[in-house]
Structures are given as structure tokens and as C-alpha cells.
Design a binder for this molecule. Structure first.
Ligand SMILES: [Zn+2]
Length: 339
């Protein structure tokens, strides 16, 4: 099969890779219908994470082509959505809704789903079948559920977005934009999106943002304080992962408020004394997307939400290198790869 390989930072190539086979009785093999390039794929692409001939990709939807002897919940022919962590969905951690930290978790990025096929470990716990074969127009949205929507949704839940709340979203990548959609869906009263890019501002407004703040860092904090009567927001979503974005999120939150942080933390160092006196809740980490998948699939299937709008560039898998380049240069928010 064909699959994406990151040979070294900046060097993406589509190569022949061995067809995956069932290894454990709990595995399934899926034929991928669509996959995509994640903002977090840019960390190794830019050399901020190590990269030496690694298969890429952790977002996927597709059709089950084979199952191991122990698999009961999905069958050959099912169209399925999974998340970027495979999880058993039965251990104590999964049972409390933290499937991304399952005691048996596998990172799908190590398998590399930017490919024609993928082996999915712990298929019963990981995969959720759609109610039937999807209308092709729903595939981008179902694919978004596998990571960026599920992650934005978790961030909004962790930030306790809801009725009567003012929510700030720091980060205008796909996760931040879908955090706006999630906050809206959860009933937030006011949603302030932090973005400098006109096209992303437009999508944020479409997804339910009520205000746009262009300033970053402490200028952004001052602007948000100004918009919230000097108090700061009840709920803040952090969807970048840098020192500046994390501090902007923390400082934009009112005492007693909640930060939901889902940007993969890179060299973030939190000042203890400031945190102590802030009186805020911090909750985040790798999103347990599996917790939300049944609900998200339902909302997409009923056409209540259209998160697939975040994909603004679609390319064939063979042109993955251009997809990475477009995202790196911020010419694209989110790239869908057809398989
Ligand atoms: Zn588990």
C-alpha cells in the first residue's frame, strides 16, 4: 500500500509500505476513506519534534476489511470512525471518560494513518460504526470527529463552556475553530475567538463566535478583560501549546473560571505563584475523543453540525507533501487527503 513517510523535517514522501495484517485478535484492518494532516504533524515537520523516517497520520475514517477473532463490536463492511489513541474502553480510566490515557492505549500516530490501510488495535474499544454507509458529503465531518472536532469538544467541556458563560478561544487552527463550534453547541452565551487571519475569523463567526480579538499575548489579555468588565472569561480554550498562548489563556480567565488546554504543550513553563493566586481550574491534555464519538457522529449524521468546513484544501494522498507545505505556510487551515 501507499503511505506517508516523514524522512526528516520538511521531507514528506509517499512510499510503498507493507499492507497491515491482523497481529492481535483484538485488531481490525480498515481501508481508509479519508485522512488528513494535523496541526500537531507540523511539530516534527518543522523539526520541533524528532523525525527520522516515521510513518505519519493519526486521523482516519474508513471501512473495516478484516477483524481479529476477538472483535465483536464492529464487522467487515462497517464504516467506522476512531480516534488518535486506540483504547480498550473498559479499564477504570476509560470508564471515567479518559480513553486517551487508557492503561492499554496505543498511539495511532505510530501506526500512521496517512495511508491506504491501517491496523487498528483494540478495535472494539476504539472504533465506532456509523449508522450506515455515509453520504460522501458527510465524510469530511466524520473525519473531523476523529481528532480536531473531538479535541475542540473536549476543550470546551474541560473549560466548562455552557449557558450563561463567556468563552474565549485562544488559537485559530482547526481545533480552536471547532472549539468555537463546540462552545456554541454547548450553549455558551458569548464566544470570543482570538485570530488575526480574515478567513479564519470568518469561519469562527460562522461556527458561532460573537467577538473577534486580534491581539495576542498580554495585549490580547487586556482586550479580553476590557470585553468582560475587567473580570476575564468564565471559560477559556487553549488550542496552541506555546508559552504565549498558555499564559494568554490563564490570564484571560476570571478567578474560579476554567481553562481547557489541548494544544500539545511545547516548552511551556507555568509560574507557580501566579497560578496560585489566579484561583482558576486547569484541565486538559490529549483529548479523550472516544468519549464523545457516539454523540458527535450523531450530530453529524443528523446534520446538526458541519465541522468538515474546517478543511480548506483537499488533495490526493500522493500529494501529501504539498498538503504539509500548505499547512506549514498557513495557506491552509486543514488539509484533507483522499485515499
Ligand atoms: Zn482503557
Amino acid at each position: 500500500m501507499r503511505g506517508v513517510m516523514l524522512n526528516k523535517p520538511g521531507d514528506v514522501q509517499v512510499v510503498d509500505r507493507p499492507d497491515p495484517v491482523i497481529v492481535e485478535p483484538t485488531d481490525a484492518i480498515i481501508k481508509i476513506a479519508a485522512t488528513c494532516v494535523c496541526g500537531s504533524d507540523l511539530w516534527p515537520y518543522r523539526g520541533d519534534d524528532p523525525a527520522d523516517h516515521i510513518p505519519m497520520g493519526h486521523e482516519y475514517v474508513g471501512t473495516v476489511t478484516a477483524i481479529g477473532d476477538a472483535v465483536k463490536n464492529v464487522a467487515v463492511g462497517d464504516f467506522v470512525v476512531g480516534s488518535f489513541f486506540a483504547s480498550d474502553n473498559t479499564c477504570e480510566i476509560c470508564q471515567t471518560g479518559y480513553q486517551s490515557r487508557c492503561v492499554h492505549a496505543h498511539i495511532m500516530g505510530e501506526i500512521g494513518t496517512q495511508a491506504e490501510y491501517a491496523r487498528i488495535p483494540l478495535a472494539d474499544g476504539t472504533l465506532v460504526a456509523t449508522p450506515g454507509q455515509p453520504d460522501p458529503v458527510l465524510i469530511p465531518s466524520l473525519l473531523a470527529a476523529s481528532d480536531v472536532l473531538g479535541t475542540g469538544w473536549f476543550a470546551a467541556v474541560a473549560a466548562e463552556a455552557g449557558p450563561g458563560k463567556t468563552v474565549v478561544v485562544v488559537g485559530d487552527g482547526a481545533v480552536g475553530l471547532l472549539g468555537v463550534l463546540a462552545a456554541k453547541q454547548l450553549g455558551a452565551e458569548r464566544i470570543i475567538a482570538v485570530s488575526r487571519h480574515p478567513d479564519r475569523q470568518k469561519l469562527a463567526l460562522e461556527f458561532g463566535a460573537t467577538d473577534i480579538v486580534e491581539e495576542r499575548g498580554d495585549d490580547g489579555v487586556a482586550k479580553i478583560k476590557e470585553l468582560t468588565g475587567g473580570l476575564g472569561a468564565h471559560s477559556v480554550i487553549e488550542a496552541v501549546g506555546t508559552q504565549e498562548s498558555m499564559m494568554q489563556a490563564i490570564r484571560s480567565t476570571r478567578p474560579g473560571g476554567h481553562v481547557g488546554y489541548v494544544g500539545v504543550s511545547h516548552d511551556v513553563d507555568l509560574p507557580g505563584l501566579e497560578l496560585f493566586f489566579s484561583g482558576i481550574h486547569l484541565h486538559g491534555g490529549p483529548a479523550p475523543v472516544r468519549r464523545f464519538l457516539p454523540e458527535l457522529i450523531d450530530l453529524i449524521w443528523n446534520r446538526t453540525i458541519d465541522p468538515g468546513k474546517v478543511f480548506d484544501l483537499t488533495l490526493p494522498l500522493e500529494e501529501a507533501a504539498e498538503g504539509y507545505k500548505a499547512m506549514d505556510e498557513r495557506r491552509a487551515t486543514k488539509v484533507l487527503l483522499t485515499v
